[in-house]
Ligand binder design. Structure first.
Ligand SMILES: [Zn+2]
Ligand SMILES: [Zn+2]
Length: 448
């Protein structure tokens, strides 16, 4: 197959300003310089004409670029701000929800170069970057639903789920259970957005690093596959020593390459962490694992500048007073449990992450899940992970005064563990060894 192109949704506004420093072509016409489109009565108003859609194409794809003004980045984050951004490729405008959406149409490999340059730290090793290139490409082509010869993406599960229920979350409320999971919602009119929802993309606003370009070229067209399908290559910051399995975090489907294993090649024995006593021993100790590191040099390869201060995530602790916890759970869930009597793990996955947690309150008792719902409910932002054990202290009349959560890992723990992969790269493992350690039994194949 040939290298596909990706449609990236960059911004959605009622007024968009942009600049063509070079000549671009639209409807047989050549344009350059500063331009403006306005949303007007369901249409795109440009130079006194109304359009349903506009496509500006560059004359020289390799070198030409355009600039979008006032693009909001970091939406809903504390560092949200506007900046001008530059892009290679074509610029497309469509009408969506009473606004104009600006879309960048770009070759897959160029998109990946930009995404990995802005996502990964400049200190990352080449093998780590190559591993990430293959993961990002797999994720992207999975989104593009690439089909070519024997290549088919397994979308049937998603489609079935979408038609039944909500697009991004699944919910079942029976027997006093509130079990939800959140998966990425698909975009209707483009493939991926430029935000963290998909992968952060800033075009060529910042120069791509030479190492990233090298990593992309070295792995051009390569994706992870299993059973003749592109893998759903999930990854998270730190598994906590053992891999979680897909079905404990999302839909109840078992992927053969997203299965339990110790994140180590020295110590391969993995206790059954679904058993509470085993999980307790695991979390309260610090077993050998690739991601068992506090070395800033390692962490800085994976964590971007915004969260580099943190070093305690292989094992971590969070403390709440009764008042703090009761208030927090009420604010986060909208459910009034009264005072919190206990937090009891009902079900754990293969990494000791809790997938069902019973919250016992003086007013209400409910089982919640899966891992992300638990992490959202028990923290003002997100708890590092749902792999934790609970200690209650200062108990008076059956009501604990204090809750101490001792936990392991950061994120869902399914698939590649970014910190572990960084350490493997430093220890001299090649990118394919890293990938096949985390995606068990998968293959790396070149699509183009
Ligand atoms: Zn998105
Ligand atoms: Zn790990």
């Amino acid at each position: 197959m040939r290298e596909p192109k990706v449609h990236v949704g960059i911004l959605s506004e009622t007024k968009i300003e942009f600049i063509f420093p070079d000549t671009y072509r639209v409807n047989e016409e050549e344009v350059s310089g500063k331009q403006l489109v306005l949303f007007d009565n369901g249409k795109i108003l440009w130079k006194n004409n109304r359009y349903d859609e506009l496509l500006f194409e560059s004359l020289r794809e390799e070198t030409d670029s355009f600039e979008l003004l006032d693009v909001t980045i970091g939406i809903n984050f504390h560092w949200e701000r506007k900046e001008n951004q530059r892009f290679h490729g074509a610029l497309k405008f469509i009408v969506e929800d009473e606004k104009i959406t600006g879309i960048n149409v770009i070759h897959v490999e160029d998109y990946l170069t930009s995404v990995i340059s802005s996502e990964m730290s400049a200190t990352a090793s080449l093998e780590l970057l190559k591993a990430h290139a293959v993961i990002s490409r797999s994720w992207l082509l999975y989104q593009l639903k690439v089909e070519s010869g024997k290549w088919k993406v397994a979308m049937q599960h998603n489609n079935a789920a979408n038609s039944q229920l909500n697009k991004d979350s699944q919910l079942s409320t029976f027997n006093f259970q509130l079990i939800k999971w959140y998966d990425r919602e698909d975009h209707m009119h483009f493939d991926v957005c430029a935000d963290d929802h998909c992968q952060r993309y800033q075009g060529i606003t910042r120069a791509s690093t030479e190492m990233v370009e090298q990593a992309i070229q070295a792995t051009r067209g390569q994706v992870l596959t299993s059973e003749n399908k592109i893998c759903d290559a999930r990854f998270s910051k730190c598994c906590g020593g053992a891999f979680e399995e897909f079905q404990y975090c999302w839909e109840d489907v078992k992927h053969p390459y997203l299965v339990k294993q110790r994140d180590s090649k020295k110590a391969t024995f993995l206790p059954d962490l679904r058993i509470h006593s085993e999980a307790e021993k695991w979390i309260r100790t610090s077993p050998d694992a690739f991601c068992n590191t506090k070395e800033k040099r390692m962490l800085s390869q994976v964590l971007n500048n915004y969260d580099q201060e943190t070093t305690d995530f292989y094992r971590w602790k969070v403390e709440y007073t009764q008042e703090e916890l009761a208030k927090l759970i009420f604010q986060r869930s909208g459910i009034d449990y009264g005072q919190v009597i206990d937090l009891i793990p009902i079900e754990r996955g293969t990494s000791a992450r809790i997938s069902k947690l019973k919250i016992i309150g003086t007013k209400k008792t409910l089982i919640i899940g899966k891992e992300l719902e638990i992490r959202r409910t028990l923290s003002p932002s997100h708890l590092y992970s749902s792999a934790f054990v609970v200690d209650k202290t200062e108990v008076k009349n059956g009501i604990p005064g204090k809750f101490i959560l001792t936990g392991a890992g950061w994120g869902h723990g399914v698939g590649l563990c970014q910190i572990g992969a960084a350490v493997m790269g430093e220890q001299g493992y090649a990118y394919d060894e890293i990938l096949l350690h985390y995606y068990i039994g998968a293959a790396i194949e070149k699509l183009y």
